[in-house]
Design a protein around this ligand. Sequence first.
Ligand SMILES: Nc1ncnc2c1ncn2[C@@H]1O[C@H](COP(=O)(O)OP(=O)(O)O)[C@@H](O)[C@H]1O
Ligand SMILES: [Mg+2]
Length: 279
Amino acid sequence: MNNVGDMMNDATDIQAEPRADTPAPTTDTLKMTARNVDVFYGAKQAIDNVSIDIGMENVTAFIGPSGCGKSTFLRCLNRMNDTIPIARVTGQIELDEHDIYDPSMDVVQLRARVGMVFQKPNPFPKSIFENVAYGPRIHGLATSKAELDEIVEKSLIRAGLFEEVKDRLNDSGTALSGGQQQRLCIARAIAVDPEVILMDEPCSALDPIATAKIEELINDLRGKYAIVIVTHNMQQAARVSQRTAFFHLGTLVEYGETSDLFTNPSQDRTKDYITGRYG
Ligand SMILES: Nc1ncnc2c1ncn2[C@@H]1O[C@H](COP(=O)(O)OP(=O)(O)O)[C@@H](O)[C@H]1O
Ligand SMILES: [Mg+2]
């Protein structure tokens, strides 16, 4: 696709000279931008000069072999790396043109705006209701019990779980099946009205049917939230995303439209990966 390269040249505010293999901006409304991001764990560099634009309307997939830095980079986007003492992040990351690493940024607020769903479903050891109500309660999003009930119900509906749990909202969230637990975690993220949802291999612990449900859900949520999904499953990336970023050894090798990247990659390393030469 020609205009991807053209848009790259148009990209403003890129401080360092963009390399040939750095990102093409998405064509949709910009939600997040990363520029020249490095991440170190102690002396070891895990992310090397990554710049990427995350759009609002499309689902963005991060793919690449295990250990290439997908999770590390994803965690930069809502400052989850702050919780890892030896991790150090440099470069610039903006959400709606505001630097999320600015000292004035409220990290708790940021993580509500940029929610996260993890590889292993991790509901709180609380009721289904409380799992979803917890965030709205600490963020003061409801002024009455009725309002809180409504937020919980809406979030569960949106996460495609309500019908399955509506008669047992007081049962423990941890008693649900893996797929239901993952949708509960998505409902929990949705409940605080996020703008971006980050998913780190959300289906890797699920069976194919539960996986299909999550993929369907991602399609339903597309456009309502900016969605970034890490997956080591290329078929999944092809099914759920419109933009794909290929990472290798801590660098962003190629970023473009999913259909282009899988059918006509511009970089040899991408081609080798998608044809299964390594992974
Ligand atoms: N908490 C951590 N402490 C030290 N090194 C880490 C930590 N997390 C990840 N790494 C290292 O950073 C690199 C990238 O890891 P990761 O982001 O988990 O890759 P991916 O998600 O693509 O599998 C790997 O070399 C990994 O060992
Ligand atoms: Mg990972």
